[in-house]
Design a protein. Structure first.
Length: 336
């Protein structure tokens, strides 16, 4: 129903407009019985609060932005689901922004801040530098996710990518594998994510007394299972001998799995594989894929908490925090 007013909800519920406003703004002192009566009236009438009006009345809109590269990437889709669900529990709605993973897209998102429609932003950058982020508008509270640039003035939440990559590589080595490749990183201009994961991979090899062979790095043209299948397949066809592949992400792992199977190589008997992100598809592939699983709930929850603290006026230097991860062992690289 269009044009429903606050007064209409108050009339149907038999309460004052102030009580309706308190329920809409989620003020805690409203009784459970009164809150239910107002919420029933809101549902019956289809009332939707006016965002700009709410901002004028309270200084806030109840909206936050979540900005990342590409919603078609399973990791970002899962991140969006977790943030949206947890934000709703806290009385916030989420606006999603895609940057296409470009510098121009990231600059546009950060500079606009949804034109004042949002109270804060959770942002996963991949191109902007720390220096540039530090100079962005400061009137919109921001929390950064991931291992990209993060100035000391802005809050950031991430997992320890080096430690996680080291653990995945150690697991492959524990299976007796010695020709461990790394696949799925960018062909040129390595992202910070790829740099850290390769660093962890190399550290584990060196701990085992193995020399990291540059020939075992298999880049892809883009982050996609198709390009991973092509690049891994081309490397195998050129004679590269591997007995394990640590993949930058689950998409690369799925592509690598196909390339191996097309060439008659068995997983994990001939080549073991690990992925990264623990996206839903990894447990339905055949074989299912061993993968690094970031604690997505903790990541989203901590980012939201930090953002709300900034929205409420917290004024300190940036807090950079780590959340846990796990190596989920499945058929592609089972327990030793």
């Amino acid at each position: 129903m269009s044009g429903v007013r606050l007064q209409d909800v108050a009339d149907l519920a038999g309460v004052s407009m102030k009580t309706v406003s308190n329920v809409v703004h989620d003020y805690p002192h409203v009784s459970a019985k009164m809150r239910e009566r107002v919420q029933n009236a809101i549902a019956e009438l289809g009332y939707r609060p006016n965002v700009l009006g709410r901002r004028l009345a309270t200084g806030r809109t109840g909206l936050i932005a979540l900005a990342f590269a590409d919603v078609s990437v399973p990791y970002f889709a899962e991140l969006a689901r977790r943030v949206s669900s947890l934000a709703a529990e806290q009385g916030y709605r989420v606006l999603f922004e895609e940057t296409d993973g470009t510098l121009e897209g990231e600059r546009a998102v950060v500079s606009s801040g949804e034109a004042g429609l949002v109270d804060g932003m959770i942002f996963q950058p991949s191109r902007m530098s720390s220096a540039e982020l530090a100079q962005t508008r400061s009137d919109i509270p921001m929390v950064i996710l991931g291992e990209g640039a993060a100035p000391v003035t802005i809050d950031r939440v991430m997992i320890d990518n080096v430690a996680a990559a080291r653990e995945a590589t150690r697991h492959l080595l524990s299976l007796g594998r010695r020709r461990v490749a790394f696949a799925g990183h960018e062909r040129t201009a390595l992202s910070r994510t790829s740099e850290l994961r390769i660093a962890g991979y190399q550290a584990a090899l060196e701990e085992a007394g193995l020399t990291a062979d540059p020939a075992l790095l298999i880049p892809s043209q883009s982050v996609s299972p198709v390009d991973s299948a092509r690049s891994v397949g081309a490397a195998l066809d050129a004679g590269l001998a591997v007995d394990a592949i640590m993949c930058r992400d689950d998409l690369a792992a799925i592509g690598a799995l196909r390339a191996l199977q097309e060439r008659g190589l068995k997983v994990p008997e001939d080549v073991a594989i690990t992925g990264w992100d623990n996206t839903q598809m990894t447990w339905v592939t055949f074989p299912s894929i061993t993968t690094i699983a970031p604690d997505m709930t903790a990541l989203a929850s901590r980012a939201l908490t930090m953002l709300r603290e900034r929205i409420d006026g917290l004024d300190t230097m940036g807090r950079h925090e780590l959340v846990d991860f796990d190596l989920v062992k499945r058929e592609s690289a089972p327990e030793a």
